[in-house]
Design a protein. Structure first.
Length: 493
C-alpha cells in the first residue's frame, strides 16, 4: 500500500490505514491535513492526513481509536461550525475551502442512548375544566403535573397514565408548576399571588407561601448540587420582585428587588446566582445567599419574555439520568447532581440566553460580565420561548413569526429555521438525548423536528385549539401537551 505523498511531516500520522482497508487497486486520493479538537477547544492527538472523501463514520472510527475508548462512542463532527454530515470534501465545498492548510475538526460526543420520536397519542385525558396553562414531568419522568385556569393542579401517574391527585387550594388560574430536583415536592404559582408547595405522594398542600403583591409568573428551585435537601425555591411576580422561600419552613428567606416592572421569568443558576428577566427590558443577577444584586444585563429594546441556561436540563433532573439509578442518601444524590452539572459546564461559566419582544435573543455569560456575548437576529416577531438542549450545546427559539430557529448555544451561530407551523409557536422542548425537538403552537398541532436534518420529523395533530404547554419526559418515554381545549394529551413513540 503506497502513499501518494512522500514528504510526510514528522508529527503527522497518516490515518488512511485506520479508516480504509487497503484495496488492491492503487487509490490516488487527495489528502487534507486535519487536527481534531475537542468541543472545549483542546487539540487531541497529532495532525493527521485524511483522505478528502472520509465520511463522518470514518472520523468516528478514528477518534474512538485516538481516544482509546473501550467501546465505540457516537460523535458528531464540525468544520468551522458546519456539520460534516456526509464526507469531508462535501463540507469543504460547502465552506468554499480547498485542501490546503490544516482543517480543524471539532468532535462532539453524542448521547449514548437514543430517544425515539413520538408518533402517536397514547391518551387524551379530560379533567381540567379550563385551559391547561403549564405541564411538567417530574425529574424521573414517572409523574406529570398539569396546571390549569380551573385553579387546580393535577398530578398524573405515567406508568398507568391515570390521574393520581387533584390539588385544590389556589383561588385563581395556576400559571406555572415546577418540581423540586429530587422529585419530592411540587411548587405552583397562581394569579391569586400565592405560591403553594404540594406533596406528590398525597396531593396535600404542604405550605402556602403568601407575600407577593401581584400574580406569580415563574418558579425556580435551587439546584440539588447546591442544596441536598432541595429546600429552597425562587418565585417571580408581576409585582417586580423575586422572593426566595424555604419550602420546608414555609417562610420567605429574602426578597430580591431592583426591577421597575413585572418579572417574567426566574432561573436559579448552578453557581449560586439567581437570574430574573423583566418587562423593564433588563435581566438582573443576584447572589442567592446574600440576596444582593451582582449585575444588571441591559441590551434588549423591549420586554424580556424568557431566559434559559445551558445547564437547565441537568439542574432540573438533579441526580436522575438515563440509567434510572436512584440514590436514597441525599448527599450521594447531591454528588451525582454535581457530576452531571460539571459534565455540561466542563469548568466554564454558565451561558444564559434571553428572548424578547424586540424579536432578538441575546447570549450572556452572567457569572463573568454584563456585556452580551452576541445578539441573535432573524426572527420577525416576538420570541416567546428559548430552550437549551440537555447537553447544553444548542439553543432552540420559538416565535410568534410561526417559526423555530436553532443556534449554536455557545457562540450564537445560526444553524437552521424550522418552518411548518401556520400560527404562533408558543413553546419548545428537547428530547433528553438532544437529538429531537417538539414544539406546540397556536395552530393546535405539535411538531417533532430532527436536529440532524433540521427538518420536520412527525406532525401531531389532535388538539382542538391552541397548544400552550408541552414537555418531554426526562426518561424519553412520553410527551405531554395541554392548551385551550382543556384536555391533556400524552404522546408515545
Amino acid at each position: 500500500h503506497t502513499h501518494t505523498h512522500t514528504h510526510k511531516h514528522k508529527h503527522t500520522m497518516d490515518a488512511e490505514e485506520t479508516i480504509q482497508e487497503g484495496s488492491d487497486d492503487e487509490r490516488d486520493v487527495e489528502k487534507v491535513v486535519a487536527q481534531f479538537v475537542s468541543a472545549e477547544g483542546d487539540e487531541t492527538g497529532p495532525q493527521v492526513f485524511l483522505p478528502v472523501d472520509a465520511s463522518a463514520r470514518d472520523l468516528e472510527v478514528l477518534i474512538n481509536d485516538m481516544l482509546s475508548n473501550d467501546e465505540a462512542l457516537p460523535y458528531s463532527f464540525q468544520l468551522d461550525e458546519e456539520e460534516i454530515d456526509t464526507t469531508l470534501s462535501h463540507t469543504l465545498q460547502k465552506l468554499s475551502k480547498g485542501t490546503e492548510g490544516v482543517a480543524c475538526i471539532t468532535y462532539i460526543p453524542l448521547a449514548v442512548f437514543r430517544v425515539r420520536p413520538i408518533t402517536r397519542c397514547s391518551a387524551t385525558v379530560p379533567g381540567h375544566t379550563e385551559a391547561v396553562l403549564s405541564v411538567q414531568f417530574s425529574p424521573d419522568g414517572e409523574m406529570l403535573a398539569s396546571a390549569s385556569g380551573d385553579t387546580t393542579i393535577r398530578i398524573w401517574d405515567m406508568l398507568t397514565q391515570t390521574p393520581k391527585h387533584t390539588c385544590k387550594g389556589h383561588k385563581n388560574w395556576v400559571q406555572c408548576v415546577a418540581w423540586s430536583p429530587d422529585g419530592k415536592r411540587l411548587a405552583s404559582g397562581s394569579l391569586d399571588k400565592d405560591v403553594r408547595i404540594w406533596s406528590p405522594d398525597t396531593g396535600q398542600c404542604l405550605k402556602t407561601l403568601g407575600g407577593h403583591k401581584k400574580w406569580i409568573s415563574s418558579i425556580a428551585w435551587e439546584p440539588q448540587h447546591l442544596n441536598a435537601a432541595c429546600s429552597r425555591l425562587a418565585s417571580a411576580s408581576k409585582d417586580g420582585t423575586v422572593r426566595i422561600w424555604n419550602a420546608i419552613r414555609g417562610a420567605v428567606d429574602k426578597t430580591l428587588s431592583g426591577h421597575s416592572m413585572a418579572v417574567t421569568c426566574v432561573k436559579w443558576g448552578g453557581s449560586g446566582l439567581i437570574y430574573s428577566a423583566s418587562e423593564d427590558r433588563t435581566i438582573l443577577v443576584f447572589n442567592a445567599d446574600r440576596g444582593t444584586m451582582v449585575r444588571k444585563l441591559a441590551g434588549h429594546g423591549h420586554w424580556v419574555n424568557i431566559i434559559a441556561l445551558n445547564t437547565d436540563y441537568v439542574m432540573r433532573t438533579g441526580a436522575f439520568d438515563h440509567t434510572g439509578v436512584r440514590y436514597d442518601d441525599p448527599e450521594q444524590a447531591k454528588a451525582k447532581a454535581l457530576e452531571r452539572y460539571e459534565a455540561v459546564t466542563k469548568g466554564k461559566p454558565e451561558k444564559l440566553a434571553s428572548g424578547s419582544d424586540d424579536h432578538t435573543i441575546f447570549l450572556w455569560e452572567p457569572e463573568t460580565g454584563r456585556k452580551p456575548i452576541t445578539r441573535l437576529t432573524g426572527h420577525q416577531q416576538p420570541i416567546n420561548w428559548v430552550s437549551y438542549s440537555p447537553d447544553g450545546r444548542l439553543l432552540a427559539s420559538a416565535s410568534f413569526d410561526q417559526s423555530l430557529k436553532l443556534w449554536n448555544g455557545i457562540t450564537g451561530k445560526f444553524f437552521a429555521t424550522l418552518r411548518g407551523h401556520v400560527q404562533r409557536v408558543y413553546q419548545v422542548c428537547w428530547s433528553s438525548d438532544s437529538r429531537l425537538v417538539v414544539s406546540g403552537s397556536q395552530d393546535s398541532t405539535l411538531k417533532v423536528w430532527d436536529l440532524k436534518t433540521g427538518k420536520l420529523k412527525v406532525e401531531l395533530p389532535g388538539h382542538a385549539d391552541e397548544v400552550y404547554a408541552v414537555d418531554w419526559a426526562p426518561d424519553g418515554q412520553h410527551v405531554a401537551s395541554g392548551g385551550k381545549d382543556r384536555v391533556l394529551k400524552l404522546w408515545k413513540s
